[in-house]
Design a protein around this ligand. Structure first.
Ligand code: ADP
Ligand code: MG
Length: 461
């Protein structure tokens, strides 16, 4: 075939392909170019290595059917080749388009004012760095979030923040968004809850019924931005299509050098519905854990809350609340709000007595120290404390050390980094020990009874 004929032929095949392939495969089809067609064999070239692999692996048969349909040749075959020079042209073209898009975005955005931008980014005005109290438990996460905010798509991409509910993940993530919008207004920030993303995707693909125009509108919405903040990724559903699409969103942004921030209540590999491909991508950057704040930080959070609302209070009242709500900042704030409301309604001062009356907490003992835990564990296992603290490798000493580390984390709520300092070990070693006991404690009798007895011994200290 002549060149021009080849091109025409390919246009026909391409149209057929776009008609039969699902939306999320389209971005891999657009950049394909024809390089030859002979004896039923269609050779295509692409600058996207991932595109070649995905098309080959997942859509080969559909593509051949489409080719047969157009050519009428029963012996149709397709060969897709990755070509580096096509990759370069593609990169140049996308940079050119991006530059043009950026210029347009800049003009458009110059017209909007800051608060408009913040609300369009879907951010809560309370969740800024200024309102985030920094303490031992969150200083690393805070520093990393700040580094990302100051230099998006720099060192930490993606940034993956994980930790239990109510520890400030959403707050930190949105703080990044506010900071960027304020300091770098030409960058486009988008915050989305994972459920909203999934719902948006599902409703778009239903509504449009494979309509190219509308699906690419969806994709533009999530990839024509500079910073994406995806909250609570553990809610990703196991639907293959939305997963594939999330991967597409991730790759488009990542390949364009855009910042991705993700939060989760657990590590990527602990999310059962997550595909391996997404898991690897999330683990590619920096993963940070938020742990419950220590007493001082909790007290500071309440003080900040009180002063923002111009409230008078007895320090002991805040201390009482801080002592009794140690695992979840949301609950801590909830308790504080309850006491404030009660004080206001009954027109009383915010005193310790009032707080005690309203909350009626059992007096908790958070005076158990890492050292006491290590000592009691050593005597339970009849090993030397210095062996637990050291690197001795015997079976008994290792178990004792792991148990002691596990209990230290559970009872004192300290961060892994802090516990690592106490034991003079790497924080990954500490995490490993903690996870090991966590996994074994329900199936291993020796371990579960050791945990129970050591806890009891600690109580009577
Ligand atoms: P998560 O997303 O981890 O469930 P959030 O970010 O929603 O938690 O935080 C819950 C509440 O606690 C929010 O009101 C948040 O402002 C507050 N909070 C959490 N950590 C801090 C902190 N270090 N300083 C100030 N407020 C905090
Ligand atoms: Mg949250």
């Amino acid at each position: 075939m002549e060149n021009i004929e080849l091109k025409r032929f390919w246009e026909q095949v391409k149209e057929e392909l776009l008609g039969v392939l699902p939306e999320n495969a389209h971005p891999w089809v657009y950049p394909l170019e024809i390089s030859g067609y002979e004896k039923g064999v269609l050779t295509l070239v692409t600058g996207q290595m991932m595109g070649r692999d995905i098309l080959r692996r997942n859509y080969y048969d559909i593509m051949v059917e489409a080719l047969k349909h157009i050519s009428g040749d029963e012996n149709s075959r397709i060969i897709i080749i990755y070509d580096e020079s096509a990759a370069k042209t593609l990169k140049k073209e996308s940079e050119r388009l991006q530059k043009r898009a950026n210029e347009m975005i800049f003009k458009e955005q110059a017209l909007e004012n800051l608060s408009n931008m913040q609300s369009s980014a879907n951010l809560n005005l309370k969740y800024k760095f200024e309102n985030f109290v920094v303490g031992e438990s969150n200083k690393f996460a805070y520093a990393a979030a700040m580094a990302v905010a100051k230099n998006p798509a720099g060192k930490y991409n993606p940034l993956f923040i994980y930790g239990n509910s109510g520890l400030g993940k959403t707050h930190l993530m949105q703080a990044i968004g506010h900071y960027i919008i304020f300091n770098n207004p030409k960058l486009k920030v988008k915050y989305t809850k994972t459920e909203d993303y999934v719902n948006d995707y599902i409703s778009n693909s239903r509504k449009t019924n494979n309509n190219i125009e509308n699906m690419s509108k969806f994709n533009r919405k999530y990839t024509n931005i500079d910073v994406i903040l995806i909250d609570d990724i553990q809610f990703i559903e196991s639907k293959i299509k939305s997963m594939e699409n999330l991967q597409y969103t991730f790759d488009s942004l990542y390949n364009k050098g855009k910042q991705i921030v993700i939060t989760s209540d657990r590590l990527p590999k602990e999310i059962p519905t997550l595909t391996a491909a997404l898991c690897t991508r999330f683990e590619m950057g920096l993963m940070l854990e938020l742990t419950p704040p220590d007493l001082d930080t909790r007290f500071e959070i309440l003080k900040k809350n009180a002063s923002e609302n111009d409230l008078k209070f007895e320090e002991e009242a805040l201390m009482y609340i801080a002592k009794n709500y140690s695992n979840n900042v949301r609950e801590l704030e909830g308790a504080f709000t309850k006491v404030c409301a009660y004080a206001e309604i009954t027109e009383q001062e915010l005193t310790l007595t009032l707080a005690k009356n309203v909350l009626k907490c059992e007096d908790k003992d958070d005076s158990i120290t890492s050292e006491q835990i290590a000592k009691v564990t050593a005597s339970y296992y009849e090993v030397d404390l210095k062996d637990i603290m050291g690197t001795a490798r015997g079976q008994k000493v290792s178990v004792a050390r792991h148990i002691s580390i596990y209990l230290c984390r559970e009872i004192t709520n300290q961060s892994f980094v802090n516990i690592a300092k106490y034991y003079n070990k790497k924080h990954t070693t500490i995490m490993f020990a903690y996870e090991k006991i966590k996994k074994e404690k329900d199936s291993n009798r020796d371990i579960s009874s050791a945990l129970r007895e050591i806890r009891q011994a600690l109580k009577v200290l």
